[in-house]
Design a protein around this ligand. Structure first.
Ligand code: ADP
Ligand code: MG
Length: 524
């Protein structure tokens, strides 16, 4: 049977050397269940050290987001959402209608090259004026009148996709600019305050209520549809995750006021010193030649910005050994980052016998005009190796977070999991885990079975996912589910539901504003 975990069958015309090279690569890129298990245990350990504030022993920052409380889909009201993270600024009016229903209107404003390097007050004035223009447009004003919030001031949730040290739901200091932005006057200052000052300067009746990371927005937006959402994850240009943690476990927080809080894991940085990740020479080459060598190695094995480049490195290796394209490359293929992750999706989608569509991609996108069917089979097999490894590592991070949630006593009770999968603070399946005689997957399987048998109310834990890799890469989800099954037992699909959640920076940011406003009311 050809399942998604079976590598492409070698064509009979493959030479012995080609078969040998591919079987070596398969060995290097295939993660066994035991390896995944080992990585999961380490991931959970690093989550715990991060929560304990032990920066030396953890590569996971585990940032408290000050977002406490999850939506149940009944929330109502109109909120503004703002998304700044690239060349476009998006302003949205989100109307939460209750009953899991949302209406949204949005407008994009281009952030010019000049503004990306102008003084921060100029950028913030531009944002304030864009908000003003958006809400004074007739269509939007009438919507606000239709669905008024309690006061005249519109509350706004701000998705700001740059590194920030958050100190409250509505305060965070910019640590550094990335992605081509470099506005003086911002680093070291509170982004919310800078925006609020510009809004006030421009006489716009808006209050910045919440500052959120895109993973948090994804989690919140998914919760509005599926109240059992526990994790938000991004598999796009980069990768990261956020989840709901019991505040008593967050040792880095001053006296907790709420029972739970969303944590931004910053999981792209897992195992940055490459102690346990099975990095190959192809990954190391990519890392060395990247703009941020030595960090985010996990992200570099998973996300859209990098998968194509890993594949390109492998193809060049095969060409140099005269095992592909008769030893001839092209100018395009020799160019850094020329092999897009999107091509891998297109290549893996080709299930025809002769793989002619792959020949077209090689020709049109990469300038490789001479290729045989064996060449195309090899290219496809390489994409499968890189793509499957990415999906299995994504499953690993997801399973680690789920296991942690299942293990913290009482934490998952609301999800129908009054399971005791841990002793004290020890999490199942880690070095200090409880039962050494069976794997964590077996143990979870047994416990979920027994809850089901005793009439327990097993509800799926929902994971909201955003990103083109998850959405468009063929078999990515299926391969993730395979990995999850190895790590969470054969009832994995009863435990975890993966789902696409695309409106983190709109609906998610609006919900963060709502949560912030409610919390502020309570504290008055
Ligand atoms: P972002 O993460 O920046 O918000 P996306 O979620 O759209 O944006 O992810 C963009 C990344 O996804 C890029 O790195 C791109 O290479 C990759 N990508 C785009 N289309 C596809 C596709 N069809 N298959 C796989 N990866 C894709
Ligand atoms: Mg995105």
């Amino acid at each position: 049977m050809l399942t998604s975990s079976t590598p492409t069958k070698h064509h009979t015309k493959w030479s012995d050397k080609q078969s040998k090279a591919l079987s070596d690569l398969t060995e290097e890129f295939t993660l066994s269940t035991a390896q995944l298990e080992h990585l999961t245990a380490a991931f959970i350990d690093q989550m715990q050290s991060g929560l304990a504030g032990d920066q030396k022993s953890s590569d996971l920052a585990m940032i408290p987001t000050f977002v406490s409380g999850r939506p149940d889909g009944q929330e109502r009201g109109s909120y503004l959402a703002l998304d700044l993270g690239g060349t476009n600024l998006r302003v949205c009016l989100i109307t939460l209608k209750g009953n899991h229903d949302v209406e949204s209107n949005s407008k994009a404003f281009r952030v010019s090259d000049h503004l990306q390097e102008a003084h921060i007050s100029e950028l913030m004035d531009f944002i304030a004026i864009s908000i003003k223009e958006f809400i004074s447009s007739e269509h939007i004003s009438s919507k606000i009148v239709e669905h008024p919030t309690d006061s005249d001031t519109l509350e706004l949730g701000f998705t700001f996709s740059f590194p920030v040290a958050q100190t409250a739901i509505d305060a965070g200091m910019l640590l550094r600019w990335t992605k081509g932005f470099n506005c003086p006057g911002a680093v070291g200052n509170d982004i919310v305050q800078l925006l609020q000052e510009a809004i006030d300067r421009n006489k716009v009746n808006v209050h910045v209520a919440a500052l959120v990371n895109d993973t948090v927005g994804t989690l919140l937006a998914h919760s509005y549809k599926h109240p059992n959402t526990f994790i938000g994850a991004i598999f796009g240009t980069g990768t990261n995750g956020a989840y709901v943690e019991a505040t008593r476990s967050i040792k880095t927080m001053p006296t907790p006021t709420a029972k739970e809080m969303i944590i931004n894991i910053e999981w792209g940085n897992f195992d940055k010193d490459k102690r346990i990740l099975p990095v190959t020479p192809f990954d190391n080459k990519l890392d060395r030649e990247s703009i941020n060598p030595g960090i985010h190695i996990f992200e570099k094995m998973i996300s859209g910005m990098y998968l194509g480049e890993i594949t390109r490195n492998i193809l060049l290796h095969l060409i140099d050994h005269r095992l592909l394209f008769d030893g001839t490359s092209s100018q395009k293929l020799n160019t850094h980052w020329s092999f897009e992750t999107k091509f891998m999706s297109q290549i893996e989608s080709d299930t025809s016998a002769t793989l002619i569509p792959i020949a077209q991609i090689l020709e049109q996108e990469l300038g490789i005009y001479l290729n045989t069917q064996v060449d195309r089979e090899i290219v496809k097999a390489v994409c499968e190796l890189v793509g499957r490894r990415a999906a299995r590592l994504s499953a690993m991070a997801t399973a680690a977070v789920v296991r942690r949630g299942l293990s913290v006593e009482g934490h998952f009770a609301g999800y129908g999991y009054p399971l005791k999968l841990s002793e004290g603070d020890h999490v199942i399946g880690t070095a200090a885990g409880v039962n050494k005689n069976e794997t964590a997957a077996e143990e979870i399987h047994e416990k979920t079975d027994s809850v089901a048998e005793h009439g327990g109310n097993l509800q799926q834990i929902h994971v909201g996912i955003d990103g083109s890799v998850f959405e468009h890469y063929p078999h990515f989800e299926e391969r993730m589910v395979e990995g999850l099954t190895e790590l969470l037992g054969s009832r994995a699909k009863d435990i975890v539901a993966l789902g696409i959640s695309k409106d983190g920076s709109g609906v998610g940011a609006a919900l963060a504003a709502l949560i912030a406003t409610k919390n502020a009311d309570h504290s008055c």
